[in-house]
Design a protein around this ligand. Structure first.
Ligand code: FPP
Length: 259
């Protein structure tokens, strides 16, 4: 996608020793970067703070990740904000997260307008508190005409449930005589996932060092490059994003073929 050369240089001007904008080939920036934002709780605990403070600090990192992605000209930034398993957390933490999602979206709407960012959500939003859903809808409505970067948030998202839902929908189409079972191919399945219409991620970043997918985009990540950093999410900065993209650009993507 488009990026503004001057804004980009200014944004990345005070480089640390190990990484700078020159380390990245702007002609080969990934189109879609997806992030599993992990480590908020550990970040807070290490500082003697309540876990909720880690999530609050995580909002600042997320805001920076959005701006960084716009500056770099990404087409899509997607993030795993809340999984179907996260309901098992203490009620107080779940309430805080739902509140944080809603207040953050309202607060950041001017940024989305300024940067021409279009919002999108994926997951089962029907289970969310009504005020959270209303704010999400307002965010969708107000950014629907933006044609810059898409910022997609996975909320109450679980990949297995998503794939099962796609299978149910396809089965229903066959049962209703609307579709021949032989037409169910990878494109048909992808067209029934929450992420339909979004390109698959080119690069998946996971913070806090865990080497697992945690039921995230199991279908869509089939050929994505992975980058895992020990950095905890509240410490993740624009420079970590550059490090991840530099690593991505050193990979040889073969999509199962040979070079
Ligand atoms: C994982 O850290 C993080 C989450 C489950 C929530 C992510 C939420 C934010 C970054 C807050 C802002 C988000 C939006 C969309 C406004 P963890 O709690 O699992 O950390 P731990 O593994 O160290 O316990």
């Amino acid at each position: 996608m488009r990026y503004d050369e001057d804004l980009l240089k200014e944004y990345f001007c005070e480089a640390p020793k190990d990484i700078s904008l020159d380390d990245v080939d702007m002609a080969r920036v990934p189109g879609h970067v997806s992030i599993i934002m992990d480590g908020n709780g550990r970040w807070a605990t290490a500082r003697g703070l309540d876990r909720s403070q880690g999530h609050v600090a995580g909002v600042d990192s997320l805001r920076e990740a959005v701006t960084t992605s716009v500056r770099l000209g990404l087409d899509v930034l997607s993030v795993y904000a809340f999984s179907t398993e996260n309901w098992k957390r203490p009620q107080k933490e779940v309430n805080l997260l739902m509140h944080l999602f809603a207040t953050t979206l309202v607060h950041e709407l001017p940024l989305f307008h300024q940067e021409n960012v279009r919002l999108r959500f994926f997951g089962d939003l029907t289970a969310l508190p009504v005020e959270t859903r209303e704010v999400f809808q307002k965010g969708l409505d107000e950014t629907a005409d933006h044609d810059g970067m898409t910022f997609a948030l996975a909320v109450n998202y679980g990949s297995r449930a998503e794939i099962a839902r796609a299978a149910r929908e396809l089965a229903a189409e066959v049962a209703a005589g609307e579709r021949d079972a032989d037409t169910i191919d990878a494109d048909a399945v992808a067209g029934h996932l929450y992420t339909r219409g979004l390109p698959d991620p080119d690069l998946l970043i996971r913070t806090s060092g865990e080497l697992r997918l945690s039921n995230y985009l199991l279908w869509q990540l089939a050929y994505s490059e992975f980058y895992v950093t020990p950095t905890l999410w509240p410490d993740f900065s624009r420079w970590d994003m550059l490090r991840a993209i530099k690593s991505y650009q050193s990979r040889e993507r073969r999509f199962g073929g040979v070079k």
